[in-house]
Write a protein that binds this ligand. Structure first.
Ligand SMILES: *[C@@H]1O[C@H](CO)[C@@H](O)[C@H](O)[C@H]1NC(C)=O
Ligand SMILES: *[C@@H]1O[C@H](CO)[C@@H](O)[C@H](O)[C@H]1NC(C)=O
Ligand SMILES: *[C@@H]1O[C@H](CO)[C@@H](O)[C@H](O)[C@H]1NC(C)=O
Ligand SMILES: *[C@@H]1O[C@H](CO)[C@@H](O)[C@H](O)[C@H]1NC(C)=O
Ligand SMILES: CC(=O)N[C@H]1CO[C@H](CO)[C@@H](O)[C@@H]1O
Length: 468
């Protein structure tokens, strides 16, 4: 070791808060011969594997990314050290390189601190898991210190440490990733909160249509990615066209282009839209066909309607509507909704004793019904439903200002939850249509002639995530 390197070396050592006295430094450096602690790494690895079953997926991801960061840093450190080792004795280069390494060590220290904070933040973890993570972090810290010494001594053990860390990492990786507990079909976790309204507009008809639906096609045709649609209904809750806007601004200021796409010249008649709970998906409108226990699909390109009949015993024509204490919403027997996986239909049958039934609507030609679930929530006790990540959510009316998401049904596990407890601030008392859009994680609401949207926030523990 060159004398000229000792000053920055000092700074480096102080990072570990164990800086030996100056005189001792060179002595220690030349005598230290600690073997690489493979056993330590094994323990860390073992503990990481052990605790994976207790770690929440979000936690695991965070931990994983921190370890990945650490791994990247060590790779950098290794190459910096190699440069240092290969340099000839020009004093300046040696000092500069040590500054670079010092910076690397600071970055590693930050990562370690973050790892520390991460474990502290997670109070949802059991004490046991926290302890295990603490141990893991403690071992990592020790390894880091060990590495510092090795860098100082200029030995080529970084390669070992690096590959050992990689092994440890892949241990964490391979065990954590496949055992992640998904909530529904997406990794973003359960619904945590609904904020807004984000948009609240009467659009071009300024209050003339009390009933209707609006939103955004989650699987738009090319060139129509920014389009919004609305279906205004007559006072008896029938409709015969879809109206389009080329952007959100166009919808708000009320400039419709390309205007209406007509399903039938008049209503109500065959193929008329019956009720407000219709939805646009993949360039087609899905709705309850007039006077039928069937889902109609209007293809906007071919302008043709195909349909799929619901099971025998399905209640329709206002036999099992969405309701609240005071009233029921006309012609809401069927609720067509979308999530990340496509279109779903919510309804009930006499054999389900009026409880909510959920079926996947498959995009076949004609459409067909996929998997079906029967829940234990009574349809008439629900004011509306929506679906996100394969989880069905149901709302109930609290008062004129507030609606509550009170129930959820996870199709991946069959688990029901009657205590969701998420509130929606209403701008108007009655929500006639409610749908989730997976493209922007927004809820689209049509409420007493107003078009309103809300942001849906998801996440494990109390950390929300929203991707936009
Ligand atoms: C972890 O954080 C706590 C609280 O901030 C602190 O007391 C402790 O010393 C930290 N541990 C390490 C290894 O940095
Ligand atoms: C960890 O998993 C991710 C995603 O599957 C992968 O891209 C990465 O290469 C893995 N890392 C290791 C060290 O195995
Ligand atoms: C949900 O969001 C609202 C508005 O941003 C906030 O006031 C409320 O505390 C949040 N609720 C929860 C449970 O985090
Ligand atoms: C609409 O019809 C066209 C032409 O037959 C077809 O390619 C397209 O897939 C249909 N769209 C839907 C949503 O069924
Ligand atoms: C499973 C496993 O390896 N557990 C170890 C975790 O770390 C502690 C402390 O280092 C050990 O005592 C455990 O045996």
């Amino acid at each position: 070791m060159k004398l000229s390197a000792i000053v920055p070396l000092w700074a480096l050592l102080s990072l570990t808060q164990q800086a030996p006295p100056r005189e001792k430094c060179s002595c220690e450096l030349s005598l230290e011969e600690k073997p690489f602690p493979h056993d330590k790494l094994q323990t860390v690895e073992g503990n990481a594997t052990e605790c994976k079953t207790h770690v929440t997926p979000e936690k695991a991801l965070e931990l994983e990314s921190l370890l990945l960061g650490l791994e990247k840093r060590l790779t950098q450190l290794h190459s910096d050290v190699s440069i240092l080792e290969n340099e000839d004795d020009g004093e300046l280069y040696g000092v500069l390189s040590l500054f670079v390494i010092e910076n690397e060590m600071v970055a590693i220290r930050h990562l370690m601190d973050k790892l520390n904070r991460t474990t502290l933040e997670y109070q949802v973890l059991t004490a046991d898991t926290i302890q295990q993570l603490e141990d893991l972090k403690f071992e990592m810290t020790k390894l880091e210190k060990f590495d510092t010494m090795k860098v100082v001594m200029g030995r080529r053990v970084n390669r070992h440490l690096e590959s050992a860390l990689e092994t440890c990492m892949s241990g964490v990786n391979s065990t954590v990733a496949p055992t992640q507990e998904l909530y529904g079909t997406c990794e973003r976790g359960p619904l945590r909160n609904i904020t807004g309204p984000v948009i609240n507009t009467q659009g071009e008809f300024s209050g003339s249509y009390a009933y209707g639906a609006w939103g955004r096609d989650p699987k738009p045709e090319a060139g129509k990615e920014r389009w919004y649609w609305m279906v205004p209904l007559t006072s008896s809750q029938y409709g015969h066209y879809v109206r389009f806007y080329s952007s959100l601004n166009a919808l708000i200021i009320g400039v419709s282009n390309p205007g209406n796409i007509q399903i039938s010249p008049s209503n109500p008649t065959t193929n008329t839209i019956q009720g407000p709970n219709n939805v646009l998906y993949g360039g087609a409108l899905y709705y309850n066909c007039y006077n039928q226990d069937a889902v109609c699909r209007f293809n906007l390109t071919t302008k043709t309607v195909t349909n799929v009949k619901l099971p025998k015993g399905t209640r329709y024509n206002s036999k099992s509507n969405f309701c609240h204490l005071e009233t029921c919403f006309l012609l809401t027997d069927l609720d067509l909704i979308t999530d990340e996986s496509g279109v779903w239909v919510v309804y009930t049958t006499t054999q389900a004793l009026g409880n909510l039934v959920l079926s996947k609507v498959e995009e076949t030609e004609p459409p067909s019904l996929g998997k079906t679930w029967t829940t234990s929530v009574y349809k008439r006790s629900v004011s509306n439903t929506f679906m996100a990540c394969g989880v069905l959510y149901a709302t109930r009316y609290i008062n004129t200002n507030m609606e509550e998401v009170f129930y959820s049904f996870d199709t991946t596990t069959g688990m029901e939850n009657f205590k969701v407890g998420i509130f929606i601030n209403k701008v108007s008392p009655n929500i006639y249509s409610l749908n989730y859009s997976p493209v922007d994680q927004m809820l689209y609401v049509y409420s007493d002639a107003k078009m309103v949207s809300y942001k849906a926030l998801f996440g494990y523990s109390d950390l929300y995530s929203s991707q936009e």
